[in-house]
Design a protein around this ligand. Structure first.
Ligand code: SF4
Ligand code: FES
Length: 564
C-alpha cells in the first residue's frame, strides 16, 4: 500500500483517498468545517489547508513543495506516494489563525446562551487554533433568526457558511429546500420562497451544522450539553436498526442522535427515530401492577401479578381450553425468549404468536436512486424486532407439541373469537395505540394478562396488568430489516413502578415453578443470550453474530481547571 506522512505520522492509504480522509482514519487531527464523509467536497471553509511536499521523480525523488508551495486543502487533495503533509508548520498555523479570525469577525460570541456550546467546532477550534484575542473594532453585521420549518431554527449570525446543510438537502434527501443567498458578509442560508425545510431526515442538519446556527426546536434550551450522559443504543421504533446515541440526564431522555454505522444507517437517522421517543416520558405511562378483584382493578405487587397470571392461564387449561402468548415485535429477543419459556412452563401446548407488525407505506431510500454504498433507508415496518421475535419463537416451537407452528396475531384473534382459547398473555410496548376493537371484542370470556407501557382499551380490559419498560430502559438485541442482530444497553432506569418484560418473565417462570435460565434471578441480556445459544442450537447466532456498540472514548479536556 502507498504511504504518506501527516504531521510526522506515516500512514498507508488506498489510492484515491484525500489527505483528510487518511488523517481522519488514522486519528491525526486536522481542523475541518465544510468536509463531511457523507457529502460532496467543496473545500470552502479553508481551515484544513496544509503545507504539502511531494517527491519529484525528475529530481532524484527529492521532496519539493507541492503546487509551488501554496497551501493545499487537505479535504480535496488526493494523497500520493511519498507525500509529506504539515498541518502544524508555521505557514499552516498562520492560515488556521487567519481563518478563525475571519470566521469570528461577525460571529455574535453568544456561547453563554447557545445550545451548541460544549459541542461546537467554532469554540473548540478557537481554543486550539484561534488567536485568543479579537482585533476587530468595527460593528458586526447582524443577521436574522429564521424559522426554517417544523424542526429547525436558523440563527444566521452564527453561521460560518460551510454549506453542509445545503448540500445535505441536495445530495441526500434530494428535497433541496435550502440555498445560499447574498454575497460576502451578507451571505445567508435560507429556504426557497414558500418552501419549508420539511423532509423526513430534516433533523440531521442540526447534527451537520458545526456551529450553533441550525438549532433543533425540540432540544432548544432544553439542557446544557455537558450535563448529558450518552448511551449507545439501537432504534427502538422501526425495523431500520439505526445506530443511535441516547442523550439523557437524571433519568430523562433529552435527545437522540445518530451513531455512524456504514453497514446500517451511515451517518443519519430519520426524524421519526430522532423525535419518536417522547412516549417514554408520557404522563400516562403505566407505572404499577394491577389485578381485577371482584371486577374492580386494584394495585398489587409483582409476585401477586405473576401468580395470578399463572393461575388464570392454568385455569383455562383445566377448563379444556387452549392458551396463547402474543409476543410483541417491539421487545428484544432475550425478553421474547423468556416470555415464551414462561408461557410454555405454564402451558406446554400454548400457542406462540408474534404481535401485530405495524407497516406504514413503503421503504424510502436516500439519496433517491443514489450510490448504494451511501444509501440510507427509512423502513416502512415500524417495529424493531419482528425478525428476532419470530426467530426465537420458531426455534422454541420446534420443541414440545408445537411442531414448528408460530401463530400470527390474526390467527390468535380468530381462535379467540371461536372461544378455543381461554387464556392469553399479551405484550404490547408500542409507542402509540396499537390494539384494534376486533381483538378486544374477541376477548369475551377469556382470561387476559397484559404487559404494556401505555394505557389502552386492552389494558383496561386486562384481568392482570403489568407495567413494562421501553427500549431506553432495558437491554437486549434487536434484529433489523437486514437481519443484523444488534445489542443495546439500558440508558435510563425503568419508570417507577414498572418492570422490564424480561424481569417480569423471570417472575412468571418462578410463579410457574419452572427452573430459571442459568439460575438467573435478575435479568441479564448477555447471560440470557448465552443460555439461548447453549440450549437451543438454532439460536446460536444470538452469541456468534451479535454486533455490540464500540465504547465511546472518554475525552479529557486539556484545559486547566481553575478552582473558584
Ligand atoms: S447553517 Fe450551519 S451547516 Fe448550514 S452553512 Fe451555516 S454553519 Fe454550515
Ligand atoms: S474542510 Fe477543507 S476546506 Fe473546509
Amino acid at each position: 500500500m502507498p504511504l504518506l506522512t501527516i504531521d510526522g505520522k506515516v500512514c498507508s492509504f488506498t489510492p484515491g483517498q484525500t489527505i483528510m480522509q487518511i488523517a481522519n482514519q488514522e486519528g491525526v487531527v486536522v481542523p475541518q468545517y465544510c468536509y463531511h464523509d457523507g457529502l460532496s467536497i467543496v473545500a470552502s471553509c479553508r481551515i484544513c489547508l496544509a503545507e504539502v511536499w511531494l517527491p519529484n521523480a525528475r529530481n532524484n525523488n527529492k521532496l519539493e513543495p507541492f503546487m509551488g508551495g501554496k497551501l493545499m486543502p487537505t479535504c480535496q487533495t488526493t494523497a500520493a506516494e511519498g507525500m509529506v503533509v504539515y498541518t502544524d508548520s508555521p505557514k499552516s498555523v498562520a492560515n488556521q489563525k487567519a481563518v478563525m479570525e475571519y470566521l469570528l469577525i461577525n460571529h455574535p460570541l453568544d456561547c453563554a446562551v447557545c445550545d451548541q456550546a460544549g459541542e461546537c467546532s467554532l469554540q473548540d477550534y478557537s481554543y486550539e487554533y484561534g488567536r485568543g484575542k479579537s482585533r476587530f473594532e468595527e460593528s458586526k453585521i447582524k443577521q436574522p433568526k429564521k424559522d426554517l420549518g417544523p424542526t429547525m431554527l436558523l440563527y444566521s449570525d452564527r453561521c460560518i457558511m460551510c454549506t453542509r446543510c445545503v448540500r445535505f438537502t441536495r445530495e441526500v434527501t434530494g428535497t433541496s429546500e435550502l440555498l445560499v443567498t447574498g454575497r460576502g458578509n451578507r451571505e445567508e442560508i435560507d429556504v426557497f420562497p414558500g418552501k419549508a425545510l420539511d423532509n423526513e431526515l430534516s433533523g440531521n442538519v442540526a447534527d451537520l451544522c458545526p456551529v450553533g446556527a441550525l438549532l433543533d426546536k425540540d432540544f432548544l434550551f432544553a439542557q446544557r450539553v455537558w450535563f448529558l450522559k450518552e448511551t449507545p443504543s439501537i432504534d427502538g421504533i422501526t425495523a431500520s436498526g439505526d445506530n443511535i446515541t441516547i442523550h439523557h440526564n437524571d433519568g430523562k431522555v433529552y435527545r437522540i442522535k445518530p451513531r455512524i454505522n456504514m453497514s446500517v444507517n451511515k451517518w443519519w437517522i430519520s426524524d421519526e427515530v430522532r423525535y419518536g421517543w417522547k412516549f417514554i416520558h408520557r404522563a400516562d405511562r403505566l407505572g404499577s401492577m394491577v389485578r381485577k378483584q371482584f371486577g374492580m382493578a386494584v394495585e398489587t405487587d409483582v409476585q401477586r401479578a405473576c401468580s395470578d397470571t399463572v393461575a388464570g392461564l392454568r385455569k383455562a387449561v383445566a377448563a379444556g381450553k387452549k392458551t396463547a402468548v402474543i409476543i410483541s415485535p417491539m421487545l428484544p429477543s432475550e425478553e421474547a425468549y423468556l416470555l415464551a419459556k414462561a408461557a410454555m412452563a405454564i402451558d406446554p401446548d400454548t400457542f406462540l404468536a408474534v404481535g401485530p407488525i405495524p407497516v406504514n407505506g413503503v421503504d424510502h431510500h436516500y439519496p433517491p436512486g443514489g450510490d448504494e454504498r451511501k444509501r440510507f433507508t427509512v423502513h416502512a415496518e415500524k417495529c424493531p424486532n419482528s425478525r428476532g421475535v419470530r426467530r426465537v419463537l420458531e426455534a422454541l416451537s420446534k420443541t414440545g407439541s408445537h411442531n414448528g407452528y408460530v401463530a400470527s396475531f390474526e390467527q390468535v384473534t380468530s381462535q379467540l373469537r371461536s372461544a378455543e382459547i381461554g387464556g392469553v398473555l399479551v405484550t404490547g410496548n408500542y409507542p402509540s395505540e396499537w390494539i384494534n376493537a376486533d381483538f378486544i371484542a374477541a376477548l369475551e370470556g377469556t382470561f387476559v394478562a397484559v404487559i404494556d407501557t401505555l394505557p389502552s382499551a386492552l389494558t383496561a380490559r386486562a384481568d392482570v396488568l403489568m407495567a413494562g419498560a421501553t427500549f431506553a430502559e432495558k437491554a437486549g438485541t434487536f434484529t433489523n430489516a437486514k437481519g443484523m442482530i444488534q445489542a443495546f444497553e439500558a440508558a435510563i432506569a425503568v419508570k417507577d413502578g414498572a418492570i422490564a418484560e424480561g424481569q417480569l418473565a423471570i417472575g412468571l417462570l418462578d410463579a410457574a415453578g419452572a427452573a430459571l435460565p442459568a439460575n438467573l434471578g435478575l435479568y441479564n441480556a448477555a447471560m440470557i443470550r448465552q443460555h439461548m445459544a447453549a440450549n437451543v442450537p438454532e439460536l446460536g447466532a444470538f452469541v456468534s453474530e451479535v454486533h455490540t456498540p464500540t465504547a465511546a472514548v472518554a475525552q479529557e479536556a486539556d484545559m486547566e481547571i481553575v478552582e473558584i
